[in-house]
Design a binder for this molecule. Structure first.
Ligand SMILES: Cc1cc2nc3c(=O)[nH]c(=O)nc-3n(C[C@H](O)[C@H](O)[C@H](O)COP(=O)(O)O)c2cc1C
Length: 385
């Protein structure tokens, strides 16, 4: 079999092994998918400054994220339905992240629960919170994440209502999934996925079923999730959530400099420059294009992380050079999971690490913490060096 050398190789393998409706769920953006595509292609608008005859020995990729040591400035972004890409996907990804030495973020809309992941990992992971109308349930989720020893709360601000994703509508993807003959055919053509899924008991949103009022089984789940995202979410909510949690908070989904200023005022520990992987406001700029204005506005006030479109270690380097202190990937690790479960996620980490390391060396830097605009040749048509 051909070697797996880049994230695109993982994506192609996942496409063959994961039922179409779940693969499409990962590989989709809202409406025309223009923002989803721009997230990736805008990285090509940044060129690197090559240096030569510089000592390239003893390189280090180690960094910190909100004060926590990481083996490289990268975390796994929260991804809903992860356990449908591969059986027990959240547990496997969390274990791979733990072994690699970077944070795993568990989504509210995960298949494996907070407790499932805590029981199957040794180090603290992060928990991502969606704000639901049922505030008792939200409070409860926060308490459960605290009890599980989660080391940070990632509060997502860009999904008060759901962006329309055409592939999901065409595939009839629902929560919980429907099993029409069409869906069963898709699943039946992926035998290794089926086999793994048959062996696990985790096949529904286990953070929700049995925890939210009136959601005792799958039949009540679908209408509950459709109604629950809270369109009234405001900055005042960030205050009470911060207080109830009492630990490090990261605000996710900031794309605008004014919003970044509001976010910095909340006293949060970091923001994630993100457009939800192009799944919400189609037509919004890519994350990487949005980064410089946000750095100018609040780069000296709050830690700035970024996600969206990162498909190589070079992309990570470019984001760091433009001023982000850290990065996240979503789809790349889903493709790793779909390819080979935990081993596939581990392979994804190795690919990104090698690409970052070699690129950094060829830019004449030995420590990831020293990367900056001095390592760029040009960005978005503007010459830098
Ligand atoms: C399939 C899928 C599901 C997602 N689910 C969530 C979620 O439950 N919560 C959340 O905050 N973000 C979610 N996101 C957004 C990711 O956290 C992240 O912002 C995005 O994937 C980054 O872009 P990338 O996939 O290009 O790396 C999801 C993204 C994808 C692709």
């Amino acid at each position: 079999m051909a070697p797996i050398l880049e994230i695109a190789d993982l994506k192609e393998r996942a496409r063959r092994r994961v039922p179409k409706m779940f693969f499409d769920y990962a590989d989709s953006g809202s409406w025309t998918e223009s923002t989803y595509q721009a997230n990736e292609s805008d990285y090509d608008q940044i060129t690197l400054r090559q240096r030569v005859a510089v000592d390239m020995t003893n390189r280090s990729l180690e960094a910190t994220m909100i004060g926590q040591p990481v083996s490289m400035p990268l975390a796994l972004a929260p991804v809903g339905f992860c356990g449908m890409q591969w059986a027990d996907g959240e547990i496997l990804a969390a274990q791979a992240a733990e072994a690699f030495g970077v944070p795993f973020t568990l989504s509210t809309m995960s298949i494996c629960s907070i407790e499932d992941v805590a029981e199957n990992t040794k180090k603290p992971f992060w928990f991502q919170l969606y704000v639901m109308r049922d505030r008792d349930f939200v409070g409860n989720l926060i308490d459960r994440a605290k009890a599980a020893g989660c080391a940070a709360l990632v509060l997502t601000l860009d999904l008060q209502i759901l962006g329309q994703r055409h592939k999901d509508l065409r595939n009839g993807l629902s929560a919980p999934p429907k099993f029409t003959p069409h869906h069963l055919w898709q699943i039946g053509t992926c035998p290794s996925w089926c086999l793994a899924m048959a062996k696990t008991k985790r096949r529904t949103f286990r953070n929700i079923v049995g925890h939210a009022k009136g959601v005792g089984d799958l039949s009540s789940l679908s209408s509950w999730t459709a109604e629950q995202f809270d369109p009234t979410l405001s900055w005042a909510d960030v205050e009470w959530i911060k207080e109830r949690w009492g630990g490090p908070v990261i605000l996710k989904g900031i794309l605008d400099a004014e919003d970044a200023q509001m976010a910095a005022k909340t006293g949060a520990d970091a923001i994630i420059v993100s457009n939800h992987g192009g799944r919400q406001l189609d037509g919004a700029p890519s994350s990487i294009r949005s980064l410089p204005a946000i750095i100018d506005a609040v780069g000296d006030k709050i830690e700035i992380h970024i996600d969206g479109g990162i498909r190589s270690g070079q992309d990570i380097l470019k984001a760091l050079c433009l001023g982000a202190t850290s990065t996240y990937v979503g789809r790349p690790y889903l493709y790793g999971l779909g390819t080979a479960g935990k081993a596939g996620v581990a392979r994804m980490f190795e690919i990104l690490k090698t690409e970052l390391d070699i690129t950094m060396a060829l830019c004449g830097e030995r420590d990831v913490k020293n990367l900056g605009r001095q390592n760029l040749h040009a960005a978005f048509g503007e010459k830098i060096n």
